[in-house]
Design a protein around this ligand. Sequence first.
Ligand code: TXA
Ligand code: MG
Length: 344
Amino acid sequence: MHTQISPPTERTVRRAAKLLQAGELVAFPTETVYGLGANALDARAVGRIFSAKNRPADNPLIVHVASPVAAEELCHVTNDARRLMEAFWPGPLTLLLQKKPVIPEITNAGLSSVAVRMPDHPVALRLLEACGLPVAAPSANRSGRPSPTTARHVLDDLRGLIPLILDGGACKVGLESTVLDMTGETPAILRPGGVTPEMLASVLPGVRVAETAMRPLLDGETAKSPGMRHAHYSPKGRLTLVEGEPDAVEAACKRLYREAEADGKKACLLVAQERLPAYAGYDTHTLGSLRAPETIAQTLFAALREMDETGVEIILCEAVETSGIGLAVMNRLRRAANFHIIRA
Ligand code: TXA
Ligand code: MG
């Protein structure tokens, strides 16, 4: 199959909508990462997503909608959920709610809940309007790879497997949406993202971060969010995350770097702009600025992909603060490191 990358003109968005209506796949930009979309109500179409991504069948998908009203057809929207939609939709917030019977089992992996989100991206919204369907869309990467934040990343992973990629440029948030479970006693963040715990608490004071969001599962423990069980965001090189007091972190990073070099391994430090002077003479890749943590979120996945392309074997990264969007950055870094964390 030939994979076409197109700018999102009126004509290509209409073509994308037709493809979705015909049960085909389309990759499209959202404010978080690129999504790989299919008609959420068509089990065969959704099946194609799982094949193209090589995604385990037990990992449910997020259903994208054009409005809060459209969500009501798919799930039972509680009053609290409605308040969150008013405050944060369109935006990087996915809500888990009790599903209605229209959702085919393959879409939500047979669970009693379904994940819904209204994306804050003009192209995504135009596409949702044009096709008139709820669109199931995981991140448009092959399973296990870092999520794509440009159309090029999607092409690198899915070339030949899908007919069309709408190119909307680089994604503004750069990390996947916050997944908030609204089906339990208290709302729980299963995956931190662009809508931060602080922002959620301003609307629903009881919100908590699920214990399993930031650490590996214990033997025999199950995660509420199946996606948290699978290998994720992994670059091919080995990523080590160094946490602790700043001077000790720097010393540990330098020591690990020299050890890698002595082993004949290609090493690279992933560091914030402000930290570059400290690593003069070391091979570095710059993330955003510590003063604007959202720029670190924007650049992280592209950086991990670049590490792969340049054949870096040992990736060393300094931890960042976990306040605000920093929690989502650290969640992805810990997973990318497969929880290989050094406390300096
Ligand atoms: O920003 C995003 O959320 C992007 C864009 C494309 O919207 N999508 C995305 O989808 O990141 P995906 O499939 O890569 O991640 C969805 C996450 C997974 O961890 C999945 O397990 C969880 O949401 N999830 C989806 N439905 C669920 C459900 N019913 N119960 C528990 N977890 C669910
Ligand atoms: Mg994903």
